[in-house]
Design a protein around this ligand. Structure first.
Ligand code: PMP
Length: 453
């Protein structure tokens, strides 16, 4: 089966839609030299939002979509959940930043030690990126080694030390890294080892570099190819890193408090030495967390004559975020028996239904995922990694048009990273609407545009 690129047939229509939807901010989108917003995503062609609630998001023209982006997976309780907004209002009146320590931080620490019981030491910060930077510093201080290993297809935020991707011209069992962005010094590449994800060749590379490696960092289930078949791979990674006293760090910024209360570590029964969290924990406010085993994290305070590892930050563990994190954690802990089974069943139902439809209709698309995290893959080949995904998937223009049609014609918004998240605010009718909308879009592309052949 092949994918034909008839994308030109939709381009005009989608473009027209986008310019209509953006009209309330059109005055800011005209080419003009007086100022520009350079943050990622601030493109004139992209959807601009003005508010959100539950599982819905509204654009600047008042069009409402079912949201599957959910703040890049953050809003596990849906947008503007009263569990969170009431706490924000309460704490905002009592001060948002003291610089002095606040009691909520201890309360969050106590709740964390229930949610992820193999960790007892915590450092809070303000984003996932910051958490991966801090985890790297802790690992280097603890081991006295310099090199960090990361996996091809992984993402750990805008952290210069890990801002690399695989050059696919190289051998897949020995990934050749390249810079993901200008501005990262050449020298940093020499302090990083890239490993193949979900591939046993990674263990040979770790063996070869065992004396230089401070830490192996991994998104246990990668956002670029979310999957739930990596238990054995993660178990072996745990075994080999422990054997060589290399720290194993799980980047659970997406999966933490989402696939299970204890993230992928609970889901797969694999304990890392140190882990990074963010997103869901902050209930939509900026947060990052490094959690670790006591012994590893002890370097933060300094060991005997050793200097402490620097962990300061103006906004870290501020009372507003901590007050909200406490409410989120309390709710997740109290309801863990129902929340995760229902979120994960809903995710599985979306994937199963789409996959059954595609298989029955010879549509070369599949949906993969873990729990409430899913991604459509525009090929019917079973893929093992991001590299294989990129090798087999249909052209990116086609995918962009697919998601534009799904959004503008069917009212379901999928983020530009193409990961679909579900929340507790997505009820049965919303799940059905997501499924029907995706199937209707696949049918439109297949029957009317003749794109999948
Ligand atoms: N790690 C992972 C796995 C992520 O998905 C992200 C963000 N999408 C980050 C790190 C970086 O987090 P932040 O955007 O909060 O800096």
């Amino acid at each position: 089966m092949r994918v034909q690129n008839n994308s030109h047939m939709l381009t005009g229509k989608v473009r027209e839609e986008i310019s209509k939807r953006n009209s309330p901010i059109a005055e800011f989108l005209n080419d003009n030299d007086s100022f520009s917003i350079l943050n990622a995503g601030y493109d004139r062609d992209y959807l601009h939002a003005r508010k959100a609630g539950g599982c819905f998001i509204e654009d600047c023209s008042g069009n409402i979509y079912i949201d599957t982006a959910l703040g890049a997976g953050t809003h596990i309780l849906g947008h503007a959940s009263p569990i969170i907004t009431e706490e924000i209002e309460k704490q905002a009146r009592e001060g948002t930043l003291y610089i002095l320590p606040n009691k909520y931080t201890y309360e969050v620490g106590e709740l964390l030690s229930h949610a992820i019981p193999h960790f007892s030491s915590f450092v809070f910060c303000n984003s996932g990126t910051e958490a991966t930077i801090r985890a790297t510093r802790i690992a280097r201080a603890y081991t006295g080694r310099k090199k960090i290993a990361m996996f091809s297809g992984g993402w750990h935020g805008g952290n210069d030390m890990l801002l690399f991707e695989e050059d696919y011209n190289g051998d897949e069992t020995k990934p050749v890294p390249m810079f993901k962005s200008p501005g990262v010094p050449e020298e940093l590449m020499g302090m990083m080892l890239m490993l193949p994800y979900n591939n046993g060749a990674a263990f040979d590379l770790i063996e070869q570099h065992k004396d230089e490696l401070a830490m192996v960092i991994i998104e246990p289930s990668q956002g670029s190819n979310p999957r739930d078949d990596v238990g054995e791979f993660l178990g072996e990674l745990r075994r080999i890193t422990a054997k060589h006293s290399i720290l194993l760090c799980f980047d659970e910024i997406v999966t933490g408090f989402r696939v299970a209360l204890g993230g992928c570590q609970e889901y797969y029964g694999v304990e890392a030495d140190i882990a990074t969290y963010g997103k869901a924990l902050g209930g939509g406010l900026p947060i990052g967390l490094v959690a670790g085993k006591k012994e590893v994290m002890s370097v933060v305070k300094g060991n005997g004559h050793k200097k402490p590892v620097f962990m300061g930050g103006t906004f870290s563990a501020n009372p507003l975020v901590m007050h909200v994190a406490k409410a989120v954690l309390q709710y997740l802990i109290e309801n863990r028996g129902t929340i995760y089974s229902s979120l994960n069943e809903n995710g599985q139902r979306v994937r199963n239904t789409i996959n059954e439809f595609c298989a029955a209709n010879q549509v070369p698309v599949r949906m993969i995922g873990i729990g409430s995290i899913s991604r459509m893959i525009f090929t019917d080949k079973a893929i093992k990694s991001r590299r294989e995904r990129d090798k087999y998937e249909a052209d990116d223009t086609l995918q962009k048009l697919f998601y534009s049609y799904l959004r503008f014609e069917k009212g379901v918004h999928v983020s530009s990273n193409r990961i679909l998240f579900l929340s507790t605010a997505h009820k049965k009718e919303h799940i059905e609407k997501i499924i029907h909308s995706i199937i209707a879009t696949l049918e439109y592309f297949t029957k009317h545009l003749n794109i999948f052949k």
